[in-house]
Design a protein around this ligand. Structure first.
Ligand code: UDX
Ligand code: UDX
Length: 424
């Protein structure tokens, strides 16, 4: 396939890196820009700055193509915005973190758009960052003639698979030039393509994430009820999920959803809704349910420790926490349930031991308390052996080895072994 378009990507976080390498793999030449020099250097040398399965291989393949072997597209990484001037379409993938109070911090987004304008870019500008409906029209459209919006649905841990095999592709556009360009960019994909207005496309992302979060919160809530009934919620959800109108995905009950997207996107949508004069009671309840869920595991621990270990409180107990990442196969700890669980344990005077194959460094960095008051171990075995009770917070594959636990009290926040859990 001959790809005539040259693409730019601004912001080399998870989404920007995967998009740059994914488009290059499909034959496009891509310029990836980030303000973080260390990140750009690392990518340019083929070293992954974040952990994502497959990333190292895709970087290697990109370097081979850059070296002239095999032809195809190449992604180059730079801090120099002027390199984007040769691009036809520039995607914006900088982070849009939550602001205190629930809104969205658009500082990086606005900064990137402004820089693009200052260097004199004249092509099609397409945000891929999650921005509230109306943002692209307000921030980008006044500065550029051809504007689109193209939400991403990449989940961390399977981002490359999701990039190449999307369930759908949403092409938001404000004019014919932007639409034509987006059609060309996505011509190699055969997923259903929806051509929508920019505002509609922006809302698709929020509506999508809110629904998935709602499914998780629903499964957790039914799980809490099932536990009181002495019923296994997984057997119930396997049956419920067979209804084609519902589907089994995102019905795994546990200690709630975390990550860089669901909590922040819900909070932002709630905030927007209130600004528009509508009280979003359902979305509010999803966040509140999810805020409480991790602590259910600590309540369960307290009960079992009293019953089985005969201790009146958790004070002084050595508890091993297995898994800190918000889900397996990532080093990401943003909004991870582990944050609430470990904080609650420390508050109760527990001696917290922890192990995560990838996320220890990121977790330590979250707070001085996490870096100095938690004992970290190099292996799961070492962590378990130092403790009287164990909590499994992330379903890393290595935690499935039942011989690790040697008869200790083990409680699960994620279904790993099938021993007692937060709602089973
Ligand atoms: C992305 C999207 O941007 C976010 O809206 C969506 O909800 C989830 O996916 P992510 O890829 O995880 O976020 O972003 P993050 O890891 O925060 O990285 C953003 C990158 O942008 C960083 O490398 C940062 O250095 C870079 N950046 C930030 C810039 O290049 N310029 C800036 O002005 C600010
Ligand atoms: C999500 C969306 O899936 C993705 O499309 C979007 O672009 C970004 O946000 P991500 O946050 O990477 O991706 O992870 P995801 O796999 O969706 O999981 C989110 C959270 O929900 C995790 O904490 C996970 O453990 C939890 N979860 C998921 C459950 O508790 N139960 C489930 O059944 C599924």
């Amino acid at each position: 396939m001959v790809c005539v378009l040259k693409l730019g990507v601004v912001g080399l976080g998870y989404v920007g890196i995967v998009s740059s390498l994914g488009f290059a793999e499909l034959g496009f030449n891509v310029v990836g820009v980030d303000v973080d020099t260390a990140r750009v250097e690392s990518l340019s040398k083929g070293r992954p700055p974040v952990f994502e399965p497959g990333l190292e291989d895709y970087l290697k393949r990109n370097m081979k193509r850059a070296g002239g072997s095999g032809g195809g597209g190449v992604a180059v990484f730079t801090t120099d915005y002027t390199r984007l001037l040769g691009c036809d379409v520039v995607f914006i993938t900088v982070g849009t973190p939550p602001r205190e109070g629930g809104g969205q911090n658009l500082e990086y987004f606005e900064g990137a758009v402004k820089m693009l304008r200052e260097v004199g870019f004249r092509g099609v500008v397409v945000p891929r960052s999650t921005v509230l409906p109306g943002t692209t029209e307000r921030v980008v459209a006044p500065l550029f003639e051809h504007v689109g919006y193209n939400p991403e649905f990449l989940a961390e841990g399977s981002a490359f698979r999701d990039f190449f095999n999307p369930d759908k592709i949403v092409l938001g556009y404000s004019d014919g030039v932007a639409l034509e360009a987006l059609r060309k960019v996505y011509s190699p994909f055969n997923a259903p393509k929806l051509e929508l207005g920019v505002r509609e496309a922006e809302l698709v992302k929020y509506a999508n994430n809110a629904f998935l979060a709602l499914k998780v919160a629903y499964a957790d809530e039914v799980g809490n009820i099932a536990k009181k009934l002495g019923v296994d919620v997984y057997r119930v959800m396997d049956a419920v999920g067979l209804d084609r109108r519902i589907g089994r995905a995102f019905l795994n009950a546990g200690i709630g959803f975390g990550g860089s997207c669901f909590p922040k996107d819900l909070a932002a949508l709630i905030h927007l809704s209130r600004d528009l004069g509508y009280e979003p009671v359902l979305l509010d309840a999803v966040l509140e349910q999810n805020r409480r869920q991790p602590l259910m595991l600590v309540d369960l621990l307290r009960t079992r420790v009293r019953e089985r270990l005969g201790r009146p409180s958790l004070r002084g107990l050595r508890v091993g926490v297995l898994g800190l990442a918000f889900k397996p196969n990532t080093d990401d700890v943003r909004e991870a349930p582990s944050i609430r669980v470990v904080s609650a344990l420390l508050d109760e005077g527990v001696e917290v031991h922890a192990y995560d194959p990838r996320a220890e460094e990121n977790f330590r960095r979250l707070s001085p308390r996490f870096s100095s008051n938690v004992v970290y171990h190099a292996t799961a075995k070492e962590c378990v052996e130092a403790c009287e009770a164990v909590l499994i917070l992330t379903e890393w594959e290595e935690f499935r080895d039942a011989s690790l636990y040697g008869g200790r009290l083990v409680l699960e926040g994620r279904r790993v072994l099938g021993v007692e859990g937060v709602c089973w």
